[in-house]
Design a protein around this ligand. Structure first.
Ligand code: AMP
Ligand code: ZN
Length: 138
């Protein structure tokens, strides 16, 4: 299904032009217009899924192999030393376009880290309690 008001549906299906790196029957991979680093790519399914939880499992199964293919090409073509695979779900997690997509962000030697957090130091009890709450929700 497509969403007529969704910009990524339009890009993925070629109605809006993009710098396309790869295309097959399920996906279009494009360059991000606001890249975190040179070569930052987005994997867009051609069908509309709001986020990871809405994604068709058959499409989901193809996403990580495609991410690896794009990441390897970024390293080979651009001299990246590695890459981050980032996927945001929900506004508070940084999702701004509500059509599932995966960021493949090349990382260059000596450049500042892009995906970081400050490690917490939960107690054993807190870890156990948090773990139990999540397990019960599975
Ligand atoms: P997110 O914050 O995970 O929803 O990511 C949305 C990403 O889409 C951002 O990195 C934007 O720079 C990128 N973006 C938004 N509109 C376009 C567009 N028309 N073409 C390419 N990238 C876009
Ligand atoms: Zn869409």
């Amino acid at each position: 299904m497509k969403d007529k008001d969704c910009i990524f549906c339009k890009i993925a299906n070629g109605e809006i032009p993009s710098t396309t790196l790869y295309e097959d029957e399920d996906f279009r991979v494009i360059l991000d217009l606001g890249p975190g680093s040179k070569g930052h790519a987005l994997i867009l399914p051609k069908e509309h899924f709001r986020d990871l939880n809405a994604l068709d499992p058959a499409v989901a199964a193809k996403v990580l192999p495609l991410a690896a293919k794009i990441g390897a090409a970024q390293m080979k073509a651009l001299g990246a030393a590695g890459y981050n695979v980032v996927q945001n779900n929900g506004t508070e997690a940084g999702q701004t376009v509500f059509h599932f997509h995966v960021h493949i962000i090349p990382r260059y030697a000596g450049a500042p880290k892009i995906v970081t957090w400050t490690p917490g130091s939960p107690s054993k009890e807190e870890l156990a309690e948090t773990g139990s709450r999540i397990r019960e929700a599975l």
